[in-house]
Design a protein around this ligand. Structure first.
Ligand SMILES: Nc1ncnc2c1ncn2[C@@H]1O[C@H](COP(=O)(O)OP(=O)(O)OP(=O)(O)O)[C@@H](O)[C@H]1O
Length: 705
């Protein structure tokens, strides 16, 4: 099911999330007296969860199960948090696992059971945030009575800010006002990436639409209207510089498999784009193609379906946007105008709100000066606002899955004209969490069949089992582009693994952050509660910190990202909701306070730094009490990325040796390939690219259609 598209906030009396109680002016961080305040007493209340889960639950890196909790302990410090082995027990809805856990790797451990965590089934996750400008279409301020109805018009800080400049629009004052879960009595908006807790306290697997139908709606409606992004040209084209390693992209091996592969292009000129697009590319500061762009642009221009896998931060967004826009321009797309039912030519979906907003801003940037109008809609915002954006005209619809399905259900979007569907973070979009929504999307009435549309999938990770599912969405002769090692970590990120026990993690974190100074750092933790807790703790230590996770309201999430982006809060504590896709300038460090449960998640997390040829650092805390099962795959990730592997880690990996783990297949967590090759055998490898491969036509294999 769905995404993060919950029009209504769900207020439940018995949510199991801990709700921190913030007390004004106790502690503060951030420039304008942002409150990140909570009483110590409240911290001591956090004993309702976070128990040790047995280690079977975390049996393997990449196993379908959540890898369990790491009891952070923290009891031997000035906070008294619950029982002695942990500061709280992890509640079933606290974990904010990401796709890979959701995905489940059923072949080995089976899919995770229903309500084990957010990772399971229908969760949604959200988050990614940050923004840059936008042009028409946003907001147009005044409420439209027709859609406004009783939804209210709350406005507050938003995610649309210039990349360079701080988010000017952020609402004041609440850099940290976390409302985890519902204990506050308001439940907080539940993103589509997040569990919904029903009145019974059970996780709900129903989509918002389903709940409405069944009368299972409660709580006030979401009224948040994101502020429009800046519309001046400078903001629209704001960008950061490519890094010293940008040119090294040329040396990465590229593999293309499939039939009749169009030759790669070497320059933007070769793509033969229209003048306006070329001018936008230049204004965006792009002078040279990245490898994924060299290959994907001609493939998409050639009308082919594509599954592309390239390292984090290497320009996948432009790799699909530019050729789609070029096609639309060539096909003589007409300016869309106000209509109750809009029929976009292109639908782009991504798993989190902040990511889809980022993609929207890219679409707006590249379509600047054309008649193509891009629109973004996502959960956690007022539905009427989404509708108002759409009815004004929509050629490219950027959406999170749940809001998209809601809008289609409301007949504001017709699908007959759809020529392009893009799944960004495609492995996430096809896993257990979002896969069902995506299937619904392609079987919606009016949606052109896969033979009549172009379907494009992009990600840095592409597990084989997900690739197989993707066959349902793609024409049988789709092409598979693998830049470098599929699912491999970006080599521009220097990875360090530190042995840190759970009781020492906070101390170590503070030590590292003090050394880092003001450099932008993302700290990943495993649960929403812990995100609150660690952010609070850091603020108390006078380290300006904000946080993002699925229990924060959308406005808060956007503000948190804005504060992080502009440097007001140089530390962002995040759950996996922020692991994918966020493209924030100058994130120099990623710290895995808790290791994630899968290598895919690890790769995405550390990919928030070291982007676009820039270098970055990732430090991960490895707790030998709970993380030993991760040693083997970690060694693999490190060595594949040509990083130093600590001897102690190798020893643990050796001691945990799993017969059959070769490291070369994705039993295989790390390396995926075009799964069709398993059957067909042929492909070719190109250095820096310029040849391509010819695999037998997959249509020959019945498992592929
Ligand atoms: N050819 C290029 N020249 C200069 N900058 C580029 C080029 N292509 C992309 N970029 C910039 O590189 C950054 C990363 O691009 P993008 O977000 O598309 O990466 P990605 O591959 O989608 O990453 P992730 O896997 O993390 O989602 C962006 O700021 C983008 O504007």
């Amino acid at each position: 099911m769905g995404d993060e598209d919950w029009e209504a906030e769900i207020i439940k009396p018995h949510m199991s999330s801990y709700v921190p109680v913030f007390e004004k002016d106790r502690y503060s961080s951030g420039a304008h007296g942002d409150t990140f305040n909570r009483t110590l007493a409240s911290l001591s209340e956090m004993d309702d969860g976070y128990s040790r889960r047995d280690h079977f639950m975390r049996s393997r890196f990449a196993s379908g199960r959540s890898l369990g909790n790491r009891d952070p302990g923290f009891s031997n410090n000035k906070f008294e948090e619950g029982d002695s082995c942990g500061f709280w027990r992890e509640s079933s809805n606290d974990r904010e696992d990401n796709q890979t856990r959701n995905r489940g790797f059923s072949k080995r451990d089976g899919y995770q059971d229903g309500n084990d965590s957010e990772a399971s089934g229908s969760f949604r996750r959200s988050g990614r945030g940050s923004y840059r400008g936008c042009r028409g279409g946003f907001g147009l301020g005044s409420p439209n009575s027709k859609y406004e109805q009783d939804e209210g018009t709350q406005r507050s800080g938003g995610i649309f800010g210039s990349r360079r400049s701080a988010l000017s629009g952020v609402g004041k004052g609440d850099a940290y006002q976390s409302r985890s879960g519902s204990g506050s009595g308001r439940g907080g908006y539940k993103g589509l990436n997040e569990e919904v807790i029903t009145a019974s306290g059970k996780n709900s697997w129903k989509s918002e639409a389903e709940r409405r139908e069944s009368g299972d709606t409660q709580g006030p409606k979401v009224t948040y209207i994101p502020p429009p992004p800046p519309e001046d040209e400078d903001s629209i084209f704001a960008h950061y510089q490519t890094g010293i390693n940008f040119d090294k992209y040329d040396t990465i091996l590229v593999e293309v498999s499939g039939h009749d592969v169009p030759p790669a292009i070497l320059t933007f000129e070769e793509a033969n784009l229209c003048q306006t697009l070329n001018s936008n590319i230049a204004k965006a500061g792009y002078t040279k193609l990245t490898p994924v762009q060299k290959y994907s642009i001609p493939i998409v221009l050639g009308g082919r379906d594509l599954m592309a896998c390239a390292q984090t931060g290497s320009g996948k967004t432009a790799a699909f946007l530019l050729p789609i826009l070029a096609h639309m321009m060539r096909d003589g797309v007409t300016a869309s105008r106000f209509k109750e039912l809009q029929e976009p030519e292109c639908i782009i979906v991504a798993p989190t709100r902040e990511l889809i907003s980022q993609i929207y801003l890219e679409a707006r940037k590249f379509s600047f000066g054309t008649c193509v109008r891009a629109v973004v809609i996502y959960g956690g915002t007022q539905l009427g606002h989404s509708i108002r954006q759409i009815v004004q005209g929509c050629n490219i619809l950027c959406a999170t899955p749940g809001r998209l399905m809601d809008i289609i259900g409301k007949e504001k979007i017709g699908l007959r004209q759809v020529k392009y569907i893009v799944l960004d973070e495609a492995d996430r979009m096809l896993d257990m969490g979002f896969g069902p929504e995506m299937k619904k999307l392609i079987s919606c009435p009016g949606m052109p069949s896969k033979e009549q549309r172009q379907t494009l999938m992009f990600s840095a990770t592409f597990p084989e089992e997900i690739q197989r599912l993707a066959g349902e969405f793609l024409k049988s002769n789709y092409l598979f582009v693998a830049v470098g090692q599929v699912g491999g970590a970006c080599r521009d990120v220097q990875q360090t693994i530190l042995q840190v026990g759970q009781y020492s993690k906070r101390e170590k974190l503070v030590e590292i952050l003090r050394n880092i100074g003001d450099e932008r750092t993302m700290v990943f933790v495993e649960t929403k509660k812990k995100a609150d807790f660690i952010a609070t703790f850091l603020c108390q230590e006078k380290i300006s910190t904000t946080s993002i996770h699925g229990d924060r309201e959308q406005r808060e999430r956007e503000q948190a990202l804005g504060d992080f982006r502009c440097g007001k809060c140089p530390v962002l504590v995040a759950t996996s909701v922020a692991a994918r896709g966020l493209d924030i300038e100058n994130v120099q460090h990623v710290i895995n306070f808790d290791l994630p449960s899968t290598t895919d998640e690890y790769v995405h997390r550390i990919g928030r730094t070291g982007r676009c040829g820039n270098t970055g650092r990732a430090i991960s805390f490895f707790d030998t009490e709970s993380d030993n099962h991760l040693a083997q795959p970690l060694v693999k990730v490190l060595s594949d990325a040509q990083q130093d592997v600590p001897a102690w880690l190798e020893e643990i990996a050796f001691s945990m040796y799993v017969p059959g783990f070769s490291g070369s297949t994705r039993g295989n967590v790390f390396v995926s390939i075009d799964t069709r090759k398993n059957y067909q055998g042929k492909s070719s490898l190109n250095a820096a690219g310029f040849s391509s491969s010819q695999a037998p036509n997959p249509v020959d294999d019945e498992s592929w259609d």
